[in-house]
Design a protein around this ligand. Structure first.
Ligand SMILES: CSC[C@@H](O)[C@@H](O)C(=O)COP(=O)(O)O
Ligand SMILES: [Zn+2]
Length: 202
C-alpha cells in the first residue's frame, strides 16, 4: 500500500514550480520535481503538466524501488535513482535553464563545466571561494533508465557537487530538504550564468 500524499509535500513542490516558472526555468512544461515522502516512497510530478501551476492531482506518490507507473514524469528514473543512492536526499529538482543548456553543449566533450574563484561556491557546500568546482555533464538520452544508471555510476556514493547537467537538456540538483535542493539549484545556476557571461565578454 502506498502512503497518502501529504498536502505539505504538494505545496512544497507547487511552490518550487511557481518560483521556477517566475525565473523562466520551466518553459513549455519542461522540468520535473520530486520530494521524498518516507524511506521507501517519493512524490513525483506527472508528465506534461505546466510546472508553474501544479495542482494536487499533478503529483503522485510512488515506491522508490518499484517500476515507474504510467503518466509520471518521463524522467522519474533519474529522480528515483538519486533517492536509492543516498538516503539523505530528500528533494530533487530538474529545470531547463538557458545557461545549463548552452554550457552543457559547449563542454559536453570535457564532461564538466569548471568554475573557480567564486564566492557562490559556498552555496553548494564548498568552504571557500579559493576553489574549483566541476559540475558533471552527461550525454542526454531518451532512455532515462539507462541514463540514470550512467549518472549514478559516475556520481558515486558522495558526489562533490549536488547537481549535474544533461547535455543540451538542463540541470538536476538535490538536497536533504526542498529548501536545500532549491539553494543548490540557485547556486549552480548562478555559477553557470557567471561562466556564460564571462565567455561572452571574452
Ligand atoms: C517539454 S520538453 C522537456 C521534456 O522532454 C523533459 O525533459 C522535461 O523536463 C519534462 O518532462 P515531464 O515528462 O513533463 O516531466
Ligand atoms: Zn527535462
Amino acid at each position: 500500500m502506498l502512503p497518502a500524499l501529504p498536502g505539505a509535500v504538494v505545496e512544497e513542490i507547487a511552490a518550487f514550480g511557481r518560483y521556477a516558472a517566475s525565473r523562466g526555468w520551466v518553459p513549455a512544461t519542461s522540468g520535473n520535481f520530486s520530494r521524498r515522502v518516507d524511506a521507501r516512497h517519493a512524490a513525483v510530478t506527472r508528465s506534461g503538466i505546466d510546472k508553474g501551476a501544479i495542482a494536487p492531482g499533478d503529483v503522485a506518490v510512488i515506491a522508490i524501488d518499484e517500476p515507474v507507473p504510467p503518466r509520471l514524469s518521463a524522467e522519474t528514473p533519474l529522480h528515483l535513482a538519486r533517492y536509492r543512492s543516498d538516503a539523505a536526499v530528500g528533494a530533487v529538482f530538474h529545470v531547463h535553464t538557458v545557461a545549463a543548456t548552452v554550457l552543457s553543449r559547449l563542454y559536453e566533450r570535457e564532461g564538466v563545466v569548471r568554475t573557480d574563484g567564486l564566492e557562490m561556491h559556498k552555496a553548494i557546500g564548498v568552504r571557500t571561494h579559493e576553489s574549483t568546482v566541476e559540475i558533471p555533464i552527461f550525454a542526454n538520452d531518451q532512455d532515462t533508465f539507462a541514463l540514470a544508471a550512467r549518472v549514478e555510476a559516475r556520481l558515486g556514493a558522495d558526489p562533490a557537487v549536488p547537481g549535474y547537467l544533461l547535455a543540451g537538456h538542463g540541470i538536476y540538483a538535490w538536497g536533504a530538504t526542498a529548501a536545500d535542493a532549491r539553494r543548490h539549484l540557485e547556486g549552480l545556476e548562478f555559477l553557470l550564468a557567471c561562466h556564460l557571461e564571462e565567455r561572452r565578454l571574452r
